[in-house]
Design a protein around this ligand. Structure first.
Ligand code: 3TV
Ligand code: ZN
Length: 499
């Protein structure tokens, strides 16, 4: 999803002009981060990075897979370019390097560093429980399934995936030395040097299973909210000498400048979390034990979203059974059998592609998507219709389906009813009425009666309010159902079940 809704030509022109007239920016002073939004409006917008990864923001998500990376083990004959762009020192990376464990292939483009200064061993961008580390490395990847270059991907909501590595001063790090030993060759802005390839995996912490995950932005102008962030739980170390080499060798000014400006403290301050949560792949030692589980609302939403566009059987091992009321674990075994049944539909590959971006967008944002409407992802289609169709396709009638309906539908339908105003079947409305506070139940019941009495005019209403075929899952383009006049609640239109 391009969050600038221009035609490709206008967009290209804007990019060209933006490059020509890219406003100078720095980390402090008159062009410092407080003033970035003047020229780069996204920097003053929502869902910005970095953030402070505080316990209150964290949600344990056992479905987060270990990060899998491919072809990081470069050989010395594969030359890379190390450069100073005036904001950071960056290393170009070959396109064979990629992340393979996300819904799309994310191809590596470059890595770079953020650091403090010689007197301040505090220059990381992300913080963990308000602790700032000495430095931070970012390995930038772009969604190469959808975009051909980093430049094309940079302003797309599913464009980038960045791996963040926190760096502490401690033991000498031989892998970082493969970069730092060339640092004097790129002291000034725009200087570049060829360096031999090495195993980039060695720059990452040993354990790639434990990480923080959230939707955020570039931490530098233009601050597009296009980054799926993965910040590893475990830090790496560099020696004090290595840190000083990084913090004292570089300048943000060109070599010819008579007044050289040191390149230090090139980190952005942490940004508000807005409505985001941060998913964590680990529980032990995180302070999350027993407080948040897979049955959290967020996890339920995700599982149901998967259910809506995916394959019921595929969910068997991903915790679907955990949605069910206690005692229904027995059904899990049953569910597993579904894997052997024919559930493929002609549209499946397309559905999964759509699902992936929807999943990505919604997974860390429980209330409003970065482009404003992620919540609608759950309600812009009739949940009932889709789940029922899914059930039919997977021949998964019976116990599992019944349990699922009882466990997952009441909450979702209530949400649809109160917020999303999507279609609801009368029996379901009655079902959710059951057990609600009396006032609410009465109001709903009278609305129902009126709605029911006008049911004969449904056809006419349907003509004036076309049934929307929400063909895609773009959260930015979900049309809102127009309110129909003459109904007690305009959204209380009886739903006709599709066969
Ligand atoms: F893609 C980037 C990032 F993700 C780039 S490329 C150039 C952007 C105009 C960059 F310079 C970055 F600093 C980051 S970051 O968000 O990882 N810091
Ligand atoms: Zn960065």
């Amino acid at each position: 999803m391009h969050f600038l809704s221009f035609t490709p030509i206008v967009s290209l022109l804007m990019t060209f002009l933006a490059v020509l007239h890219a406003a100078k920016w720095t980390y402090s002073g008159p062009e410092g981060q407080d003033y970035w939004p003047k020229h780069y409006p996204y920097c003053g917008g929502a869902f910005q990075s970095p953030i402070d990864l505080k316990p209150g923001l964290l949600r344990f998500d056992p479905t987060l897979r270990p990060i899998e990376i491919q072809n990081y083990n470069l050989l010395p004959n594969e030359q890379l370019i190390l450069g100073n762009d005036g904001h950071t020192v960056k290393l170009s990376l070959p396109s064979k390097m990629h992340i393979s464990s996300l819904p799309h292939r994310y191809t590596a483009a470059q890595l770079h560093l953020h650091w403090g200064s010689s007197g301040r061993l505090a220059g990381s961008e992300h913080m963990v429980n308000s602790k700032q580390y000495a430095a931070e490395m970012h390995v930038v990847h772009f969604n190469s399934d959808k975009y051909s270059t980093l430049a094309m991907a940079i302003d797309k909501s599913d464009g980038l995936a960045v791996l963040g590595v926190l760096i502490e001063v401690g033991d000498f790090n031989p892998a970082f030395e493969q970069i730092l030993r060339f640092i004097d060759s790129v002291k000034f802005k725009d200087q570049k040097v060829r360096v031999p390839g090495f195993d980039i995996r060695e720059l990452l912490p040993e354990c790639l299973d434990e990480y923080y995950r959230y939707d955020g932005s570039l931490t530098t102008p233009p601050c597009y909210p296009s980054v799926l962030w993965t910040v590893f739980r475990n830090h790496v170390t560099i020696s004090h000498k290595q840190f000083l080499a990084l913090a004292t060798s570089l300048y943000s000014s060109v070599a010819q400048d008579l007044a050289p400006v040191s390149l230090t403290d090139n980190y952005r301050r942490t940004q508000p979390p807005d409505s985001r949560v941060v998913l964590v792949s680990f529980k032990e030692g995180s302070g999350l034990q027993g407080t948040l589980t897979v049955t959290s609302q967020l996890a339920r939403k995700r599982i149901v979203q998967q259910l809506l566009v995916g394959d019921l059987a595929d969910l068997a091992d991903e915790g679907l059974y955990q949605l069910l009321p206690s005692g229904s674990e027995k059904l899990h075994g049953k569910n597993k059998d579904l894997k052997n049944q024919e559930t493929e539909t002609p549209d499946k590959s397309k559905q999964q592609t759509l699902n992936s971006s929807l999943w990505k967008k919604s997974q860390t944002n429980p209330s409003v998507g970065k482009l404003g409407l992620a919540e609608d992802a759950l309600c812009f289609v009739s949940l009932e219709q889709r789940v029922t169709r899914q059930q039919k396709q997977s021949h998964a009638g019976g116990q599992l389906v019944q349990a699922l309906r009882h466990a997952a539908f009441p909450e979702l339908n209530l949400k649809s009813y109160l917020d999303c105003k999507s279609d609801l079947a009368l029996p379901t409305i009655r079902h959710i009425l059951h057990g609600r506070p009396t006032d609410e139940a009465n109001e709903l019941e009278s609305s129902l009666k009126k709605a029911f009495s006008k049911r004969k005019s449904t056809t006419a209403i349907k003509q004036s309010v076309p049934v929307t075929k929400y063909g895609g899952f773009s959260t930015a383009t979900v049309p809102r159902k127009p309110h129909s006049r003459g109904y007690p609640h305009p959204w209380l239109l009886p739903m006709e079940w599709e066969d």
